[in-house]
Design a protein around this ligand. Sequence first.
Ligand SMILES: Cc1ncc(COP(=O)(O)O)c(C=O)c1O
Length: 372
Amino acid sequence: MRKRIFLSPPWVGASERGLVGQAFDSGYVAPCGPMVDAFDRRLGELAGQHAAAVASGTAAIDLLMAELGVGPRTTVVASSLTFIATVGPAVKRGAKVVFVDSDPATGTISIPLLEQALTDVRRPAVVVAADIYGQCCDYDALEEVCARHRVPLVLDAAESVGATYKDRPSGLAGAAAVYSFNGNKIITTSGGGAVLSRDPELVARAKWRAQQAREPVAWYEHREVGYNYRMSNLLAALGCAQLDRLPEIIRRKRRIFDFYCGLFSSSVGSAPQHHSTIAPFPCAAHTRSTRWLSVFLFPSETLRDKAAARLEAANIECRPVWKPLHLQPVFAENRVYGGEVAEDLFRRGLCMPSGAGLTRADFARIAKALVG
Ligand SMILES: Cc1ncc(COP(=O)(O)O)c(C=O)c1O
């Protein structure tokens, strides 16, 4: 059997090895160190706001839920079409979660349905809106509706690192945002994430909470109980090297998307609602996607499954679009506003192999498996 082509493996090389080695040689192998400060600074530059690197995107969301008072007897309103970590920390804190469907034109949270949810739910603690597959939600519309309902907005920008919304970097909206640098994300620290906010005090509190809520005195003094969530110096070194590589990764990811468009060209239609063609996952004009994953919608679930089976038979990894959270057994009792759009995207959508390191031979194998 030929080597497996993975969905979105890390793309790393000599520069990552070099910087991690430098961190190692500097003696800062223990958790914190200068690379963490450098990574915080560089993430802040990329995102246009303050940043704190932490152990995972999930940890970053948890820190924000703590900061925004999410707990028992609170309600969180969230995107349904996303990974479970968007709402996991809120659930673990005892909050009730209400889900909102996607907009058919953007693939991200529906603003009219969010408006409906915010009108019904009395004083939700927070709205968590998830960017998806390299593209941003409609930040302006989200900010407007959340401001009107006086609800803080958190952007789960785990999947949109490096993308833009109009002329803004991904995650630059609302009260705060998170990034993820998990192994399959557009850049990786093997595992990691970040808290981002325009509010320097919120980020300072997140750092404090991520470091056991230790008071700044010589001995260990605690007025609250915190977490051990900060990123380590060695992983931050990997992150700094990956940030250098990010523009090239994005160029490659966009070329990969073009490759699939070409491959499906006889059947790719511009309108995702047009069910007789293979169409790209919806993407609004307000966002420039990184194409972290190239995602296409097939005319039917059967045709999608056939394509997935052909890829798998050639030892090539692919994956259905996120199963909407409102369909997850664990959330069977949760309220959802709408739901049909996300369900359709789940049934017909397929994430294609999108690794920045794909070779010509890999492209040829994928093409042969799909259309050969
Ligand atoms: C939308 C979304 N939110 C949160 C996460 C969680 O990030 P992490 O795996 O770094 O905890 C991920 C990915 O893993 C994600 O795709």
